[in-house]
Ligand binder design. Structure first.
Ligand SMILES: C[S@@+](CC[C@H](N)C(=O)[O-])C[C@H]1O[C@@H](n2cnc3c(N)ncnc32)[C@H](O)[C@@H]1O
Length: 391
């Protein structure tokens, strides 16, 4: 995920937050963020990826290093330091046909409930010089044995066709890293517990991961209620795009054809979903036009309501905390205290689900809800009643 959201920035100034689709980074300059919705911030490292890319091939199933028996395998050890609290009563890691391992809820999980809290086994810088494989393998060797073991048991795809995993352990380490690592504020980290989360698009994913820089942990929360027996899914990319584009991205970078519940929709339903997702994206662009004063505050609020409505139709619930916070900004700029409070309260609710009720973002917006005039953007535009959510 990205750098933490700065206070007092207008929605349009935070263009990359609002408008730029998150991208999977394939080059040395890896700058993705893990502060808010880390979901789409899985990262493919590293500098040499361009080199390796020529040899990429796609596999239908990820390879588990324990299956391939590469030379880095360490002795079994049950103790890892990364998972910070016991989540074994929430889910179990199981084999799932056609998708390697995944997380299945073993009890109902409430919307907004914390599922995973995890420290990185190691963090690689965004840019390195020299061989990425050697670099990653060295970091891995330096990790505590149990954590190293956990990382080495992870799956990987896109291993160079012409190399034998048995005799190229450093390349295996790199492939594991590329398949599983997540960008955080200053670097790219690997979190073996959360790395078992499989991907779903749009309404199919039900969990979101977030990097908390101050605490140095990655947290995963339930975006919606997850029933016992359901798979816990996150999303690896911006899924506000049509199915073909999403699938292409997954095939190229993660070696699978997505057949999540959204991708598996039959023809006309899939087309309708694509239309909604594109409309959400385009409507976000229109919303951002408030920054350069191309639309009025009232229009911005109306547009935000439209986004919310289409998202309801699609079942796309992610990033609502941020949207409501952005609208609160608009309302505060126009000195509409009632609307600021209402949007801030909505933001508290949705940030609470996605990022956790104890997150910085919830604290910030809760303060705004209590005292709208304390918003850093207060009064920066003409006075105007813009209107509350009225959803
Ligand atoms: C970060 S790992 C997720 C955990 C992985 N399934 C495992 O066994 O460790 C990413 C890999 O999981 C598989 N995967 C993730 N989501 C999937 C999905 N929706 N359908 C099929 N395979 C999926 C792909 O092989 C992908 O490269």
């Amino acid at each position: 995920m990205s750098t933490p959201r700065r206070r007092g920035k207008a929605p349009s100034e935070r263009g990359s937050d609002l408008n730029d689709p998150p991208k999977v980074v394939k080059a040395a300059a890896i700058k993705r963020s893990a502060s808010e919705n880390t979901s789409r911030r899985r990262v493919l490292l590293l500098a040499a990826l361009a080199l390796v890319f020529t040899y990429f091939y796609l596999r239908s199933d990820p390879v588990s290093p324990t299956e391939s028996g590469h030379g880095l395998k360490m002795p079994e050890s049950p103790v890892t330091t990364s998972a910070l609290y016991n989540d074994s009563d929430i889910f179990e890691v199981v084999d799932l046909p056609g998708r390697g391992k995944g997380l299945i809820a073993i009890r109902d999980i409430e919307q907004g409930e914390r599922i995973i809290t995890e420290k990185p086994t190691f963090v690689a810088p965004e840019q390195i010089t020299g061989s990425p494989a050697e670099f990653v393998a060295k970091l891995l060797r330096e990790a505590n044995p149990a954590d190293r073991e956990a990382v080495l048991s992870l799956s990987y795809v896109n291993f160079p066709k012409d190399l034998d995993p048995e005799t190229n352990p450093d390349e295996v380490a790199l492939a594991i890293f590329q398949t599983n690592a997540v960008a955080i504020t200053n670097g790219v980290g690997i979190f073996p517990r959360m790395a078992r989360l499989n991907h779903g698009c749009s309404s199919a994913f039900n969990a979101v991961y977030t990097w908390r820089e101050k605490e140095g942990v990655l947290v995963v929360h339930a975006l919606k209620k997850i029933n016992k027996g359901e798979e816990i899914l996150t999303t690896y990319t911006n899924t506000r795009q049509p199915r073909d584009d999403r699938r292409k991205m997954m095939e190229e970078n993660y070696g699978f054809t997505c057949n999540c519940s959204v991708c598996a929709l039959p023809g006309s339903e899939s087309e309708a979903s694509d239309k909604r997702l594109v409309a959400i994206s385009e409507t976000y662009d229109r919303f951002a036009a408030w920054g350069p004063k191309n639309i009025t505050g009232r229009e911005a609020i109306e547009i935000a309501r439209t986004i919310w409505r289409i998202e309801d139709e699609e079942g796309y619930l992610s990033e609502r905390g941020r949207l409501a916070a952005d609208v609160a900004y608009v309302a505060a700029a126009h000195c509409d205290a009632t609307a600021t409070r209402q949007w801030a309260e909505l933001s508290v609710e949705w940030y609470g689900y996605e990022l956790g009720r104890d997150s910085e973002q919830v604290r910030e917006m809760a303060n705004v809800a209590v005292k709208p005039q304390s918003h850093p953007g207060w009064g920066s535009r003409e006075k105007l009643e813009v209107g509350g959510p009225m959803l």
